[in-house]
Design a protein around this ligand. Structure first.
Ligand code: AHR
Length: 326
């Protein structure tokens, strides 16, 4: 990494002023080896089973490891999540686990932690890679490959429909990495492999069940010829099922519903014939996230990107998998 003269001057000025020693430019702040840590976990919101399962997994692991956990819930506000991270910094946490709600607005939080000498691990969602880099500005990203999730659902849909139909798409939170990547993965695959599967409309339902229902209702009214609903998460898919039924149509019959997450209600909807498929996105981050932190504290090198493996559920395995879904 190139160290500019201006940066060098700024660093020596900070040192001369007796300020905290900053890590070398481009380097993630170090973590001292300890048996237990005081850690922060900045959650985005708690309005769906996925988030609740993720929080429970983080809390369980913190307890198991004897770590003190400073937990915050941004209640769906990126601005609050930035303030939450700043509050963790002020409370002197050793390490921060951050699930950034949106890609750009959380950059100041990542940079503030780096400046304060606190390593950050991004869990499940990422930030804009042109503005902050894994292995430089934050330790690493651990989570699913969201592009691949969209591709897998698209491939399954093409097979199921024979490559023909009319799709409406319910997008996740605008500006979030899963919404951006799941759209890219799905739309590009459909475009490249199934020109007779037309994307009629695409709108955000903010990853929420009721918003998904409302958006699906509006889009189904505007496009009564819809044959496929692709939702960026199961909560919106379940909302869409309600909208399809309210429109007097049969989910799984008149309209195929596909999505991502693998939550229990969705796997049950597959068993009930109301949903076609869902690609898993595991929310069980606790063991992996804490393992990475401890390895880093022991001086191990951490790869910048660590991808979680995801399963795929459809009628062929839903019954067997139901008990393992969150
Ligand atoms: O970032 C992962 C996504 O966020 C999940 O798919 C969704 O349900 C959650 O809100």
């Amino acid at each position: 990494m190139l160290i500019t003269r201006r940066k060098l001057l700024a660093a020596s000025a900070a040192g001369a002023a007796g300020l905290a020693i900053l890590p070398a430019f481009g380097e993630v702040p170090p973590l001292k080896k300890k048996d237990t840590y005081k850690v922060g976990f900045a959650q985005t919101e708690s309005n769906n089973p996925w988030r609740l399962a993720q929080t429970a997994s983080m809390q369980d692991e913190a307890k198991k490891r004897g770590c003190q956990l400073v937990y915050t819930d941004a209640a769906g506000s990126a601005a609050k999540q930035v303030a939450d991270v700043n509050s963790m910094i002020a409370q002197g946490v050793d390490f921060i686990f951050l699930a950034p709600r949106e890609e750009k607005p959380l950059i100041p939080a990542v940079m503030a932690a780096k400046k304060a000498g606190i390593p950050v691990l991004l869990i499940d969602r990422s930030v804009d890679p042109s503005l902050a880099k894994a292995g430089e500005d934050y330790l690493a990203f651990v989570g699913s490959n969201f592009i691949e999730e969209g591709q897998r659902v698209a491939d399954w849909t093409i097979k199921k429909t024979g490559g023909k139909g009319k799709i409406i798409e319910l997008e996740g939170t605008i500006g979030s990495s899963p919404a951006n990547d799941r759209k890219k993965g799905f739309d590009d695959t459909i475009k490249a492999k199934a020109p007779d599967l037309a994307l009629l409309a695409s709108q955000s339902g903010d990853f929420a069940r009721d918003k998904g229902r409302q958006v699906a209702e509006t889009l189904l009214q505007a496009h009564p010829d819809t044959t496929v609903v692709y939702a960026h998460n199961d909560e919106m898919a379940i909302g869409a099922i309600a909208a399809i039924e309210a429109a007097g149509k049969k989910p799984g019959g008149d309209i195929l519903v596909v999505s991502i997450d693998g939550e229990k209600d969705a796997v049950q909807a597959i068993i009930d014939g109301k949903m076609g498929a869902t690609c898993e996105c595991s929310p069980r981050f606790g063991p992996k996230a804490f393992e990475i932190m401890y390895k880093y504290g022991s001086g191990e090198k951490i790869p910048p990107v660590i991808i979680n493996p995801d399963r795929f559920f459809d009628a062929s395995n839903a019954k067997d998998m139901l008990a393992t879904a969150f």
